[in-house]
Design a protein around this ligand. Structure first.
Ligand code: ADP
Ligand code: GN1
Ligand code: MG
Length: 365
């Protein structure tokens, strides 16, 4: 079905003008589409949901609408008037007012397009990093009192390192594409660092770290930064919002904002955590986080950065060994390149652990 036909299924008024692939997400197929409404061009964000990864689209969209409606209400109470820039707005379909359109095995949804804001794969200034940290912490704090049943666990064990490790070991054992030989150093690094995966689950078991409602995919390009004010104006990509740990969200921010490089940078020498970037992220996150995070959560912030970077590195490596079936790839060895940057960053965090811990200590002094 053509994009134009898909757009027609939604409560979008005006004549279809154009639609193009958009963004650099690894999971969904995303398009920016435009319609002409009485001479004004209006943009929308159309997505084909990756239903191999999210088989329960009904529950996925239920989670998302619960979260967006709750956040909209909060922003409204706070006196903001530009609510549709501050949280995603799902556009309904004509027939039945559903939040997605299902056609021959394809599942489509539409959001209002957040104008004049950018999702950076690599943030350009420390202010952007600070604002991104503050935006994700604000998002967590807003969801503390979301009413009703717990959100549906859309991908069970999403950040469960032990489960991910088992998947890695299976892929390694099978080595279906004879790729393990290309990744021997990475495989060793992964196996040597597997101890990390017990740490946070043990803290949860002891009751030291609470389960909250978290985003779970806080890659830096999943917050839109206002082009004029640099404010972290809108948290996007809500597919994985579900019960989780605050630390995982901070960890993924460390992973994606503290090195001034792309996730798939080939020149490993330039990958590494920069202290000033980390400090901006920490200060932004803590500007909101200090009001709701507990002592143990704060104590493990640096570790969380290392852990999530290790986990995502392992997921890239697993996908490489399995023939690149999960993350979109655009070149040969793409997932292995991504894995290498992650492990380089883990090492860089480890090497600077003391300085990083003292920056954390400073924020609570
Ligand atoms: P994926 O799950 O594949 O990462 P995202 O939901 O993150 O997909 O969307 C991909 C990209 O599209 C984002 O990185 C962002 O640049 C852009 N985007 C997503 N939603 C919106 C929106 N409502 N308004 C403007 N841009 C958006
Ligand atoms: C995926 O959807 P996107 O591109 O924001 C992935 C994350 C990974 C990330 C690595 C649902 O995020 O878990 O950390 O790629 N999302 C899902 O870049 O698996
Ligand atoms: Mg995304």
């Amino acid at each position: 079905m053509q994009l134009e036909q898909i757009v027609k299924q939604f409560q979008i008024y005006g004549d279809f003008v154009e639609g193009h692939p958009y963004g650099s997400g690894h999971i969904n197929d995303t398009y920016k589409v435009s319609v002409n409404l009485s001479g004004t061009k209006v943009n929308y964000l159309l997505q084909r949901i990756n239903n191999a990864i999210f088989p329960n689209v009904e529950k996925l969209m239920e989670n998302i609408t619960r979260v967006t409606e709750h956040c909209a209400e909060k922003f409204c109470q706070m006196g903001y008037s530009d609510i549709s820039r501050r949280c995603l707005t799902v556009v309904k379909t004509h027939s039945g007012g559903s939040f997605y359109f299902d056609h021959e095995g394809g599942y489509w949804r539409v959001y209002l397009f957040v104008e004049d804001a950018t999702g950076f794969d690599v943030p350009e200034t420390n202010e952007q990093i600070y604002q991104a940290g503050a935006a994700f912490a604000r998002f967590q704090s807003m969801l503390v009192d979301i009413p009703g049943e717990p959100l549906y666990e859309i991908i069970p064990g999403f950040h469960d390192g032990k489960k991910r490790l088992a998947a890695f070991e299976n892929a390694l054992e099978a080595d279906r594409f004879n790729r393990a030989a290309n990744a021997s150093a990475e495989i060793k690094y992964q196996l040597d660092n597997a101890w990390m995966f017990d740490v946070l689950p043990d803290l949860v078991k002891k009751g030291a770290v609470p389960i909250r409602v978290t985003h779970n995919d806080t890659k830096i390009n999943n917050v839109l930064i206002d082009d004029k004010t640099a404010e972290g104006v809108c948290v996007i990509d809500l597919d994985t919002v579900m019960p989780g740990l605050s630390l995982y969200d901070f960890g993924d921010l460390v992973r994606t904002s503290t090195s001034p490089t792309q996730e798939d940078e080939k020149n490993i020498d330039i990958v590494g955590l920069r202290l000033d970037r980390f400090e901006s992220l920490l200060n932004g996150f803590m500007s909101v986080g200090r009001d709701y995070l507990n002592k143990t959560e704060i104590e493990y912030l640096v570790f969380a950065g290392k852990l999530i970077t290790m986990t995502i590195g392992m997921r890239f490596l697993t996908d490489y060994l399995s023939g690149d079936t999960y993350f979109k790839v655009h070149r040969e060895g793409h997932n292995l390149d991504r894995c290498r940057t992650q492990y380089k960053l883990v090492q860089s965090i480890t090497d600077q652990q003391d300085e990083l811990e003292s920056l954390v200590a400073d924020t609570v002094r």
